[in-house]
Each structure stands twice: as C-alpha cells, then as structure tokens.
Design a binder for this molecule. Sequence first.
Ligand SMILES: Cc1ncc(C[n+]2csc(CCOP(=O)(O)OP(=O)(O)O)c2C)c(N)n1
Length: 543
Amino acid sequence: MKAAALLIKCLENEGVKFVYGIPGEETLGMMDALLDSQIRFITTRHEQGAAFMADVEGRLTGRAGVCLSTLGPGATNLVTGVADANMDHAPLVAISGQAATNRLHKESHQVLDLVGLFKPITKYAAPILNPEIIPEIVRKAFKVAQTGKPGASFIEFPENLAAIDFDGEPLPVVPVSLPYPAEYRIQAVAEVIRNAQFPIILAGNGLVRSRKCPALIEFAEKLNIPVATTFMAKGAIPNSHPLCLGTVGLQAHDYVSCGFDRADVIICIGYDLVEYPPNLWHRTRDRKIIHIDTAPAEVDAHYVITDGATGDFEIILRDLARLLPTHPQRHYETLRSAILRALHTDDTDPGFPVKPQRIVADLRRALADDDIVICDVGAHKMWMARMFPCEQPNTCIISNGFASMGIAVPGAIAAKLNFPERGVVAVTGDAGFLMNSQEIETALRVNAPIVILIWNDAGYGLIEWKQQIHYGRTSHVKFNNPDFIKYAESFGAKGYRISTADELLPTLLQALSDNTVSIIDCPVDYRENMKLTAHLGEMICPT
Ligand SMILES: Cc1ncc(C[n+]2csc(CCOP(=O)(O)OP(=O)(O)O)c2C)c(N)n1
C-alpha cells in the first residue's frame, strides 16, 4: 500500500463519506487512492467552495467535513472556508498536498509554509513527516476538530511521502465523553436560578452542535423559563413553543432585547461569545450570568459570570431541573405576543420590489419544517436571522462568527449531498452569490438539486445600510449584475425572475420541485432596512 492510500483508509475509518476539493499535481497519490475507496470525491470549481462545503457538512452532521487541495494557491484558496469553520466551531479537516521534502527548505515553485499559514485558523495543524505517523495524525486531526469546542484541523502531506510504500492500520475511533459536572457547582447554579425574579435563557450554537436541544426544551418547560436563541441556534426551541422568544442578535435593540433588559438572571447555555457579543445584550453589566457549556467561559468585561457548570448539557440541565421548582412568573407572555406580531408585520405585503419581510414569510410557507436553508452574509442574513421562524435546529444555517460572504451556494450543495431527501435553499445576496456561483456547475454535475434565492439589490446592501446609519450617505456600494436567468441557463440550470410579489411563493414551490438547480432572481426593497432601524429606534418595550 502507498502512504497516500493509508491516509484515505484512515479517512474511511473516521466515517468520511465525501471529500470536497480540486486535484493537483502534489495530490496525485491521494486522488488515485480515492478511486479504490467508498469515499465520494466532489470535484469543485474553487477550493473556497470545497472548504465551505466541508464547513456546512460539519455543522449539519456533527462529523468533520473534509476538504482537499493542492499546495500553494490551492491551499491559500481554502483559507476563508477553513477560518469560517474554525471560528464558528464547525468540525472540519483540511488536507493539502505539499512539495517533496527535498525542496521545502528553499525557494521553490508554489512552496509556502502551509502549517504556519493554517496555525492561526485551526485548532491543530501538522505536517506528515513520515508515513508511520499517518494513523496518529488523522485520528488526532478528527479528534481535535470534533471534541471540546469543535473547529478546524489541517494536515499537510508532502508528495514524496505519499508515494512511499507503507502498510499501516488506522487507529480505532473511541468516543469522547465529557467529565461529570461538580455537584457543588450545580448546587450553586441552582441557588442563583432559584432566587431569580425574571430569569431568561440565551441558547447558543453549542446546544445545536452537541445535539442536546431536547434537554434545553425539557429544562425550560420544567422551570417555565423563556428562551431566546442566537442566530446560530435558531430552532433549538421550536418557534411555535410558548416559551420561545425568537432570535436575538441584531446590533439594534429589538423586541427580544426587552427580555434581556428585564431579566435579573441570564442563563447562557451553549453560547459562544463569537455568536453575539455580550456588550450588546448586557450593556449594564449588572445582571447575574450563568454559564452552562462544555467549556469554561471566555473572558469578557460584559460576560463576568456569577456561576456556571461545565460538562454534558443533558446531565447539567437534568440535575438542575431536579433541584429547582417550576418558576412561577409568566411575565414574558406579553413580550412573546409582541415579538410574534412584529414577525408577521408586512408578511403578505404586495409591494414590488418585494419587501424582505414578504420574502422571508413566503420562503417559510414554501418549506417543510425539516428543509434546510443555508444563509449567506449581508442584509438578507439580518432579515432571515430576525424573522425566519424555525421549528427544528440546524434548519437555517447562519455563519455568524467569521460571517463570510460566499458560504450559501457551496453550503447548500453539501447540505443536499448529505440530506438528499430534504429541500435545500441557498438564500443569498447578489454579491455573495457571485463569489461562489461557479459551484452551480458542481451542483448540476454531482446531482445536488438546490434552489438559490437571490435577493437582488444591485449592491452591497448591508454595507449601504450601515453607511446610512453612520454617515447618512453611501460610499461605493453599487454595482451591476449579469442577467441571472441567462447566467443560470448557461450552466444548464433553471432561472426565474420575480416581477410581482405574488409570483414568489409559486415560483419557490416550482423551483423546489424542479429536481435540478434553480436560481430565482428576486428584486428586494431594501428601503425597509432603514425603516426597520427607525422603527427599532422608537420601539418601547411592551409591559
Ligand atoms: C468575504 C467577505 N467580504 C466582505 C464582507 C463584508 N460584507 C458583509 S455584508 C456585505 C454585503 C453583502 O452584499 P450582498 O451579498 O449583495 O447581500 P445584501 O447585503 O445586499 O443582502 C459585505 C461586503 C464579508 N462579510 N465577507
């Protein structure tokens, strides 16, 4: 066996189903070994697309997604997607080829210090220096990527080592368990919650990625405490649940923020600071903060915790619930009603260009609860995060740590490959779409029938919004678009243009049943952005 084949065998041993990437001269050995493996290689059109696919696969499955590139420019193209996964705590393993070890010490064609390049954007980055260590390096890369706060790992594989004959065996995959939380911490946390007048739960992505949302719901129900989720934890509690206060995460003071204003105790469960900076929901720094997570709290002046428990969510929440009585207050019902009213504002508005509120509502109407939306980054993300109701976790993927544009189209392809039976929609701005739209060809070739919904404003909408807020005028945010229908058709995909608001829902339903890649060009009325800013600026908390 070649060392390259051993590496592929080790990937199989980790349960890898897909590897996303672009072949190169320095990965010939791995590419050849893939032919004799069960793993499906998805040839992409840009390494960034491959990294975003691995990133989204990691988010949706909890197993590390894998991307593969050649050395030098192939590896640098992976960087954005790898950083995105790492910062959003999505498990990912990136592998790149490298030049032979006899030219790594000098100036040489396409040679870069890749381990040095990837170190700051991964939890673990290592070179394969000898075929013997392949089982250890692969096991460690997956273990590190998938445990603790998940993130990215990077493996560099020099081509001459990949070509060596070497027989080896993968190491067994042994599940990792979290330590049992200390009893005295549970007692202390319980005491704080017992004395709370107005407790609120802030549920974060940690709950979603550890698949522990049912434990959250049980806990909230038992204690009768309302729950707000971060963008990345949408659906951790169903939107229809009477204790759900929706999604928190705008920089502006939204209805749900009123819940945080009123709360004396904020119970953060599986919340990462990168999801929503604490200064935005805890400006006053005078509330009691409880931190329940798989890892100790990050340090932040606005996140000085009163107490906390570290370990398995299920165990902590179950033990706490056992110690605590049902909370009597029901003061959040008025707030929930106000939130629900706000979320339905303009959701049938007939205006054209289509209002963001109508796009969000029609998309929800078109999709089943378990269909998957991959959201890009821009003003559309703010509307989706604020208003798109989710009944299930991991059904609206939002990158809110690194928040890179360009994730939606490749991410949707990975979602469809992993969950072929579910409808998958990429929601994207026109700018983010064109950052990775070349992957339409990939989607068609690998038979991943996704729908791409473009919010077309011929500009960098979110930046325009921010410029208006801060300076009252805009700077260099407008551009021209290609004809998206002709563009779609040039790939062999279907293209639809929305010319009245009422066309959107039937077009979405049609596109979802097309069984090919469909692209919907939907002009959006972003005058609503500043109207929302004005509305929230004047909003008075319901009492
Ligand atoms: C790769 C990358 N470049 C730049 C940014 C900064 N940025 C955030 S949103 C945005 C505008 C996005 O425009 P578009 O995709 O058209 O979406 P819209 O805001 O119009 O809904 C920009 C430039 C980013 N987040 N990621």
